[in-house]
Design a binder for this molecule. Structure first.
Ligand code: S3P
Length: 146
């Protein structure tokens, strides 16, 4: 069985993914952690040295390598913006979108070390990216869970 969790930062993909993998007795894969392992650098450093484009290329590589795993995959919040990632996540698997209200997301991710993706304030960034990504999130998902 392959289950992929998608959604914005702060929607619980990693926490829920761990719990789900445990209760299903399946391995857990966190694409952000796998990207960090692949290059031996934390995400903020990858963004500093290689920019968002460099990070996306690594993320693409990791997701491509997981297309036929048995397990629970938690993805980075921007992964579904690349249709190739969506195709790999959906192949022989089910995709669940986790969502949360923007103000809850802002509260949860305050103080995180993840690099900003825009020049906007944190609250504005969440609102803007949620609006930009909404179609991709919903289009990629079999099931949406708020
Ligand atoms: C990103 C979300 C992050 C990480 C990177 C980019 C995004 O993952 O992949 O900083 O574009 O929303 P989480 O959703 O696990 O925080």
């Amino acid at each position: 069985m392959k289950v992929a969790l998608t959604g914005f930062r702060g929607t619980g993909k990693t926490s829920v993914g761990r719990i789900l993998a445990n209760s299903l007795g399946l391995p857990f894969f966190d694409t952000d952690a796998l990207v960090e392992q692949l290059v031996g650098m934390p995400i903020p450093e990858i963004f500093r040295q290689h920019g968002e484009a460099g990070f996306r290329a690594l993320e693409r590589e990791v997701i491509a390598s997981l297309w036929d795993v048995e397990g629970v995959i938690s993805t980075g919040g921007g992964a579904v913006m690349d249709p190739a990632n969506v195709a790999d996540l959906r192949r022989h698997g089910r995709v669940y979108l986790l969502s949360a209200a923007p103000e809850i997301i802002v509260e949860r991710i305050a103080g995180s070390n993840r690099p900003g993706l825009t020049d906007l304030s944190p609250a504005e960034e969440v609102r803007t990216l949620l609006a930009q990504r909404k179609k991709a999130y919903i289009g990629a998902a079999d099931t949406c869970i708020d």
